[in-house]
Design a protein around this ligand. Sequence first.
Ligand code: LRH
Ligand code: MN
Ligand code: MN
Length: 409
Amino acid sequence: MRNLEAASMTANGVGELARVTERVWKALDEFRIEVPSWGFSNTGTRFGKFVQASAATNIEEKFADAAQVNVLTGASPTVALHVLWDLPGGLKDVPAIQALEAKYGVKSGSINPNLFQDQEYKYGSIANPSAEIRGKALKHLLDSVEIGRELGSKDVSMWIADGSNYPGTQSMRRRIDWMSEVLGATHAALGPDQRMLVEYKPFEPAFYHTDIADWGMALELARRAGPKAKVLVDTGHHYQGTNIEQIVAWLLHLGELGGFHFNDRKYADDDLTLGSIDPYQVFRIFHEIVSASEDERAHVAFMIDQSHNLKGKMEAMVQTVVSAQELYAKAALIDQSRLAELQQSCRLVEAEECFRSAFWQDVRPIVREWRQARGLAVDPLAALRESGYVEWAAKERGSRNAGSVSSYA
Ligand code: LRH
Ligand code: MN
Ligand code: MN
């Protein structure tokens, strides 16, 4: 990757600049990232939350906010739904959701079953020693599959919060078979265009063992369940220092990467804005995606899983999508064939320079030009502020938000 400004100064450079611009614009045209419904409501941390007057108080407001983010960024046409929080009536709520899709012009994205809130799940859901409780969890998963099918949504994203807090209190091995059984039965119910994504997390809420703790366990369970089950990588669900891009490379290689929950963190599962702590990590992950074949890449779903306790919800979401677009554009800057040559001949410093100089390029001018050419807001954050949307939402929703300090969603 040569310096963009330097490239533009020579005749060869003009050709190179045009090629780079075309590559970046194509990447931006393809790039889609799903926003989470729960990122618009008054969510916070497990220790509490600071209520925002403009936060969405119901599913209609979540759709309205998601649509606004899509209008501003052009990259988020779907919104992830959490079944208990967004469709408390289950299948009965589907027509209301369809009406909101038509009204606001954004579609339902991944369907997220909720197997962690109910009192009955104290000792687990699909890994609970009680066959009756596992049956109840399976029923919720089957309902979620049905909701996804009715809504024409592709993915059912499953995060299993099961685990234990003390050594010896549960049989980790028996629980593997119980999970496998439920996941297999869920897989059997998937429609031809549906997938199930298996998310992993090493700790929290359980602090001794988590039943699906890492990508190996998620992969094995997905494979046992069937070909429509893939692995979901939540960037916040790893130990410090984990080489997440290597996990991504492996899953891509195996054709088992279903998608991502993007967020950033400094310590644990902090749910901070994508790239706010370590943008180079997001770049490295995007590089694995961009350097994969179009076929491999086509089925990877990018989703945001963040909860903004201090930042304004709308501002934070627009900022997240914009950051994702910029980091994806940076990854698209890399001259893949040159990098491959340098890697092959082990020209280490040149290879590293080729890689990291793409990261250090300021892509914002190219992204701005792309936005202009596509009829989008040139500066989405400024456009959000100028639109007065947040102030309007605060007036509309303020009284309903006052005093809403109890539940996560
Ligand atoms: C769990 C998790 C999972 C949930 C979401 C709200 O930490 O990442 O994906 O569905 O948070
Ligand atoms: Mn997640
Ligand atoms: Mn999480």
